[in-house]
Write a protein that binds this ligand. Structure first.
Ligand SMILES: [Zn+2]
Length: 337
């Protein structure tokens, strides 16, 4: 699979440089860190920050002699300005890979079941927005190989060490823009994109059609999308209630006022906006559902405990209030011609 990476700008062939991948056709040169190619400079607007370069340097000089867990420490200590409590939270989240992967697999299987299909695996799995990629081996259990793509090279360098330590040879990590994937047409058997679409701005439509391009005919694309008009919980990124009900042009100033953080790089879709985007690329060949929970998994908060005790409540909410639920899950299929 790694051999089939192509230039995301011109789709030309690549050859190995010393610490780079080089495009024969458009002459772009892509850096490679610890075996992870970074294709982000194929986008003319891409600029790396001083902060990121510093963190890459720190990680690369420690890479050979450090373990996965040590690299996580280095990665988080290098990012300034985040309170310690949040660090600990992020690290704990980072280390819960098995749980994250198993949960995602459950959700995909459940949606496939609803369509009368099995999530039976195949040759190549693609995970977009994989972070460090540590959860991906649990999702792609039934696939021969996979590619994990993320926009954070720093996370991917740390993840590469995880793969090495755990002897995982069939997952290739790649840093790239989800709107221009470094993969040929029609090579992927299944795509997962967890918590991705709301971060792609602009170009949510372009992202969905790019996924369709790389899918094999008949293959599926799973993704989730937090609902703009969610009335049940706070906005998941900034923890502010009812942000979605404010006109888009005022959202950023509102969130800044409430929480002092920037909201200009997040765009939550409503049910109708989401359907329009999927329909524009995949036509009617998709299934969409509101949230559901794994009744076998431990319930961590009160809401989950209630739903676990009375599972029919969630069905009722999903039927009556689909326009206002917390999030949507979708599997879209590339219809065979
Ligand atoms: Zn090129």
């Amino acid at each position: 699979m790694a051999d089939s990476l192509i230039c995301p700008r011109c789709h030309g062939l690549l050859s190995d440089g010393k610490y780079t991948l080089d495009c024969h056709s458009c002459k772009l040169v892509f850096p490679v860190y610890a075996g992870v190619p970074d294709f982000r400079n194929s986008n003319k607007n891409f600029r790396t920050s001083q902060q990121e370069l510093k963190t890459i340097d720190l990680l690369m000089s420690a890479y050979e002699s450090s373990s996965f867990r040590e690299l996580i420490e280095i990665r988080y200590n290098a990012s300034n300005g985040i309170p310690n409590s949040l660090f600990e939270h992020q690290k704990a989240f980072e280390l819960s890979y098995e749980q994250k992967g198993t949960y995602r697999l459950f959700q995909i299987e459940k949606l496939m079941e609803a369509r009368g299909m099995n999530f039976s695996g195949g040759d190549f799995f693609l995970d977009i927005g994989c972070g460090s990629g540590t959860a991906v081996p649990w999702i792609m259990k039934n696939f021969k190989g996979g590619v994990g793509i993320d926009y954070s090279i720093v996370d991917l360098i740390v993840g590469q060490k995880f793969l090495y330590e755990n002897g995982i040879m069939n997952l290739k990590l790649v840093c790239a823009d989800a709107r221009s994937l470094p993969l040929p047409d029609g090579v992927i058997d299944f795509v997962n994109a967890t918590d991705v679409i709301e971060h792609i701005l602009p170009g949510q439509e372009q992202f969905v059609s790019e996924v369709k391009r790389v899918l094999k005919s008949g293959s599926g694309f799973y993704f989730n999308s937090p609902n703009r008009y969610n009335i049940f919980t706070r906005e998941p990124h900034v923890k502010v209630r009812f942000v979605g009900f404010i006109p888009r042009s005022f959202m950023n100033s509102y969130v800044k006022m409430m929480k002092g953080v920037n909201y200009s790089s997040i765009r939550l879709l409503s049910l109708s906006e989401l359907k329009l985007i999927i329909h524009g690329t995949f036509g009617n060949d998709f299934i969409l559902s509101g949230p559901f929970i794994d009744l076998k998994a431990p319930a961590l908060d009160l809401k989950r405990k209630v739903v676990k005790r009375f599972p029919f409540l969630l069905d009722i909410i999903n039927k009556l209030f689909l326009f206002f639920v917390t999030n949507y899950q979708v599997i879209a299929f590339k219809t065979p011609k």
